[in-house]
Design a protein around this ligand. Structure first.
Ligand SMILES: NC(=O)c1ccc[n+]([C@@H]2O[C@H](COP(=O)([O-])OP(=O)(O)OC[C@H]3O[C@@H](n4cnc5c(N)ncnc54)[C@H](OP(=O)(O)O)[C@@H]3O)[C@@H](O)[C@H]2O)c1
Length: 249
């Protein structure tokens, strides 16, 4: 019997991850996703399952801790059962402010999620993809434009993305010969839960939207990820920067 195609999204209860969960399910994938809050995870499962029963599984867990990717991929294997050939590393947080202006009490959690947690997910994903039957495997990592171009508004957050970007390319080089595609997406301003959870000043963000909007929506990023994973096995779109048309930097 042919096994269904399957995908995983870390941080899928809101924003870009949520849009990706919806898009991948619509494309026929069985999808596993995560979030920290049980009620939010259950709400996404209920909503998606009302359109596509038996295609979604959600786990409650912390993506900043080791074992997160393994738990997600295992949940998909046990539920459907299928090997996830797509892993989208989406869970991440922002932090407003500079080195001297941001809240140092929040640095550790930021680095734990955006960098250390991402490193564990990438490592575990590479190991599990290595055990999969032959075929193309995609690890898509959501970085940021601030990982490429210094942001005056949030360079501490940006530093986590600079480091993440370099690890994406390093893992791509290490694993490309095995057929694993490791891709980086660098979004500019996306209107999502990100601004509130990071604690960005709403007036500052409204000003950005007035000057440089319309800003991106999570669906705009989901469409790009979808395009990347749909490429034939010998084609790898490995790095995409997506900015609102009117975003200057
Ligand atoms: N929005 C932007 O302008 C923008 C621009 C460039 C890059 N990005 C990047 O895009 C990614 C997604 O951001 P977004 O805009 O979609 O933000 P969002 O709307 O706040 O969504 C973040 C998602 O991650 C989950 N999450 C947060 N911490 C988690 C943890 N420790 N463990 C598991 N899940 C966790 C959240 O779920 P719970 O809160 O339910 O746990 C939520 O589902 C991030 O990596 C971000 O850095 C965003």
């Amino acid at each position: 019997m042919r096994r269904p195609k399957a995908a995983v999204v870390s941080g899928g209860t809101c924003g870009i991850g949520r849009a990706l969960v919806e898009a991948l399910v619509d494309d026929g994938y069985r999808v596993g996703f995560s979030g920290r809050v049980r009620e939010r995870v259950e709400a996404v499962v209920t909503s998606v399952a009302s359109r596509h029963p038996h295609r979604i599984v959600g786990i409650t867990g912390d993506a900043s801790l080791p074992g997160h990717a393994t738990a997600l991929i295992t949940a998909v294997r046990e539920t459907f059962p299928a090997w996830a050939s797509v892993y989208v590393l989406c869970a991440g947080h922002g932090l407003p402010g500079t080195l001297t202006g941001s809240d140092p009490a929040r640095w550790e959690a930021l680095v734990h999620l955006n960098l250390l947690g991402a490193m564990h997910q990438m490592r575990e994903c590479a190991a599990l993809f290595g055990q999969m039957p032959e075929g193309v495997r995609d690890l898509v990592v959501i970085g940021s434009t601030v990982g490429r171009t210094l942001s005056d508004a949030n360079p501490v957050y940006g530093a986590t993305k600079v480091a993440l970007h370099s690890l994406v390319e390093a893992l791509r080089r290490e694993r490309c010969a095995t057929g694993m595609r490791v891709s980086l997406i660098e979004p500019g301003f996306v209107v999502s839960g990100f601004q509130v959870s990071a604690g960005y000043d709403p007036e500052w963000f409204a000003g950005i939207e007035r000057e440089q909007g319309p800003l991106l929506r999570p669906e705009d990023i989901a469409r790009v990820v979808r395009f990347i994973v749909q490429q034939p096995p010998h084609v790898h779109i490995d790095d995409v920067r997506v900015r609102p048309t009117r975003q200057r930097v």
